[in-house]
Design a protein around this ligand. Structure first.
Ligand code: MG
Length: 369
């Protein structure tokens, strides 16, 4: 199988924030617990497995969570604390490899094809990592082992919590054939619905389409899906450099014209962006609002604050001001919000570029923005 020589591990902590709180507060163990604020506008940042049994999950409004689980315990998030635990776990990974790509505070890919301990078995490494995480942090992780990112991520999800699952090259294609399409990387709710309408339910259905058909329906992602259906994913694990920006955007099913709708959307984007900020190490002080009109024209407005923007209210206030400045005049198809470290970065790099900083410096930075 092409590209089957790599050894990739995906580590995903189980209910990370909630498990840390249960570890630190024995009185809440085995109880339904949510990390987040219980107020009317609050959102669940993480839910314990006991809470999940009631249908409570992250990103759900606290109000709905309480309706599903009236005895739900709410604890305010302690992100600094979660970050510290995340660093502790990363130190365990570093005993094996420097090729670590974090996806969030509780998830990372590791390429252990070559590793510091010269171990031949990635499964053995995965077992050791799980054991170290448990002994050093008292927490459990689910770990997937395979020969590419796509499959190792699927594997870590396969028998959560406290799981370890290996997908070998010889089993990979059969495994993918049975895999529901929703489980594929890059298949969100919208793409899944489109695939269902096309009669694609699993990997085998996906495999029946030619590359040309897939590209015609899904653009660039068509190439990616063509590979996935054959258990191929050539992406490398990329050790992450400093992040330059963090953003989120929404395309509307119907174009928006009403200012009230736009503000509501802005509010949702603000909340989603705050959630992402909370899950990462990112801090930024320049906020950009992007608007794409029905004719695909794009306008954007930015504002740079003197300090880091950390409060959801500040984020929303600035966003609202930018929305006013954008003077929306046509039906809006997409709206996006992104936070950058500083507005001047790009122009600074550009002027540096002219002062003979090698081109690579610039492209590396922009890759991760
Ligand atoms: Mg997790």
């Amino acid at each position: 199988m092409p590209g089957a020589t790599r050894k990739i591990i995906h580590v995903d902590m189980d209910a990370f924030f909630a498990s840390i709180e249960q570890r630190d507060h024995p009185e809440y163990r085995a109880k339904p617990l949510a990390v987040g604020y219980s107020g009317n506008r609050g959102v669940v940042a993480a839910a314990s497995y006991e809470a999940r049994r009631f249908g409570v999950h992250s990103a759900m409004s606290s109000r709905l969570a309480l309706r599903r689980c009236p005895g739900l315990i709410f604890l305010p998030p302690r992100f600094e604390h979660y970050r510290a635990v995340s660093r502790q776990i990363r130190a365990i990974f570093e005993e094996y490899t420097d090729l670590i790509e974090p996806l969030s505070l509780d998830e990372a890919f590791l390429d252990v094809s070559k590793n510091h301990k010269n171990m031949a078995s990635a499964t053995r490494i995965a077992q050791e990592i799980k054991a170290s995480i448990r002994s050093q942090t008292g927490l459990t992780a689910s770990v997937g082992v395979s020969f590419n990112k796509f499959l190792s991520k699927i594997a870590s999800d396969y028998n959560k919590p406290d799981g370890l699952f290996v997908i070998k090259p010889s089993d990979a294609e059969a495994f993918v054939e049975k895999l529901p399409i929703e489980k594929f990387f890059g298949v969100g709710r919208v793409t899944a619905e489109r695939m269902h309408r096309m009669g694609i339910r699993n990997g085998l259905d996906l495999k029946r389409l030619t590359k040309a058909e897939l590209v015609a329906s899904f653009g660039k992602m068509g190439h990616v899906f063509y590979g996935y259906a054959r258990a191929i994913d050539t992406r490398a694990v990329e050790a992450q450099h400093l992040r330059r920006s963090l953003g989120t955007e929404t395309t509307f099913s119907e174009n928006l014209t009403d200012n009230k709708d736009l503000l509501l959307c802005l509010q949702e984007l603000t909340e989603e962006l705050m959630r992402r900020i909370g899950k990462s190490e990112f801090k930024g002080r320049s906020l950009s609002l992007k608007i794409k009109y029905e004719d695909f024209k794009i306008v954007s407005r930015s504002y740079t604050a003197s300090g880091y923007i950390t409060e959801s209210q500040t984020l929303f206030k600035i966003g609202r001001k930018l929305l006013q400045e954008a003077e929306v005049s046509k039906p809006v198809r997409l709206m996006g919000l992104s936070l950058k470290t500083a507005a001047s970065n790009r122009s600074l790099w550009k002027s540096n570029l002219q002062l003979s900083i090698p081109f690579e410096t610039f492209s590396v930075e922009s890759q991760h923005s």
